[in-house]
Design a protein around this ligand. Structure first.
Ligand SMILES: NC(=O)C1=CN([C@@H]2O[C@H](COP(=O)(O)OP(=O)(O)OC[C@H]3O[C@@H](n4cnc5c(N)ncnc54)[C@H](OP(=O)(O)O)[C@@H]3O)[C@@H](O)[C@H]2O)C=CC1
Ligand SMILES: O=C(O)C1=N[C@H](C(=O)O)C[C@H](O)C1
Length: 251
């Protein structure tokens, strides 16, 4: 299939490599310096555009792709709080197509199922309090991570004693700490750590006086995210509307 890349940074490069290995053609690569290429015949010829940029650029990129009727697969995080409703309206009844996931790795899809199941079980055990910690590289622009927010929303949907999530502290490599651990009992605290070049670690801990149960997903590299994004693009070519990983990985 023909793929356009929007954003040619760490993820864009890895997606290109995996897409070529899987026999796809990269018809166009758009970065900050060649925005006019959105209006090129090469971009319009793409079956799907794969977008990995940043929290502020993502939504505008979707609009530019939709203007040329190009379907989008995107992993950019941090834009949902401002534009979730807009995107839902645009993709209603398959008018436009966006496959978005806060995390494309198969491992996180499995981890997410375990997270939901564990949260349900914990309704029977009020002695455990739950907390989440995510760790990423120091270049990351958003905190908490998109994956942490998705996992937190899944806990809130399944564990009666938590009704919302709250960003806790962000601890930096130099020891500097932003934010506060203050939170109400019904708020799920999500802490962040920004360290070196860590690709992404998400840990959920249920702590009681007697013991602690922790589940962790630890990405060894960005390869799993990139492979998932290419699998999503292959799926999106033949589907319409607002899509996500639960449409792709069914278990
Ligand atoms: N869902 C998932 O599985 C994953 C999601 N992510 C998310 O994907 C996003 C990108 O991550 P990553 O590749 O590591 O980040 P990078 O910073 O390495 O790459 C982003 C690229 O997008 C470019 N860019 C910025 N603005 C625009 C624009 N308007 N149009 C086109 N390109 C633009 C940047 O250029 P410049 O540097 O010049 O600004 C840079 O080359 C982040 O939001 C991250 O959270 C990351 C990994 C996995
Ligand atoms: O910025 C990153 O690198 C990552 N971002 C995503 C997120 O915010 O959850 C996914 C992954 O953890 C890497």
């Amino acid at each position: 299939m023909k793929i356009a890349l929007i954003g040619y940074g760490k993820m864009g490069h890895m997606i290109e490599q995996i897409a070529l290995e899987r026999g796809h053609e990269i018809v166009c690569k758009i970065d900050v310096n060649n925005q006019d290429d959105f209006d090129s015949p090469a971009f319009a010829s793409a079956d799907v555009a794969i977008e990995f940029t940043n929290p502020t650029a993502a939504y505008g990129n979707y609009l530019r792709a939709f203007a040329h009727n190009v379907k989008v697969v995107s992993g950019s995080t941090g834009w949902m709080k401002d534009h979730k409703a807009d995107v839902e309206a645009l993709c209603k009844d398959g008018k436009q197509t966006l496959f978005w996931a806060s995390n494309f790795s198969i491992g996180v899809a499995i981890f997410s199922a375990v997270n939901k199941y564990l949260a349900k079980i914990m309704n029977q055990f009020p002695q455990y309090d739950v907390k989440m910690t995510e760790t990423h590289h120091i270049h990351k622009l958003d905190a908490p991570s998109g994956t942490a927010i998705t996992l937190a929303e899944d806990i809130i949907d399944n564990l009666d004693r938590k009704t919302s999530w709250k960003a806790g502290t962000t601890v930096w490599d130099d020891g500097h700490v932003d934010g506060t651990e203050d939170h109400k009992a019904d708020e799920l605290l999500v802490d962040s750590i920004r360290h070196d070049e860590v690709p992404g670690i998400h840990s959920i801990a249920y702590d009681s006086e007697a013991d602690c149960i922790t589940i962790t997903h630890d990405a060894h590299s960005r390869k799993g995210f990139a492979l998932g994004a290419v699998l999503a693009a292959e799926f999106t070519k033949d589907h319409k509307g607002l899509l996500t990983t639960s449409d792709l990985f069914k278990f």
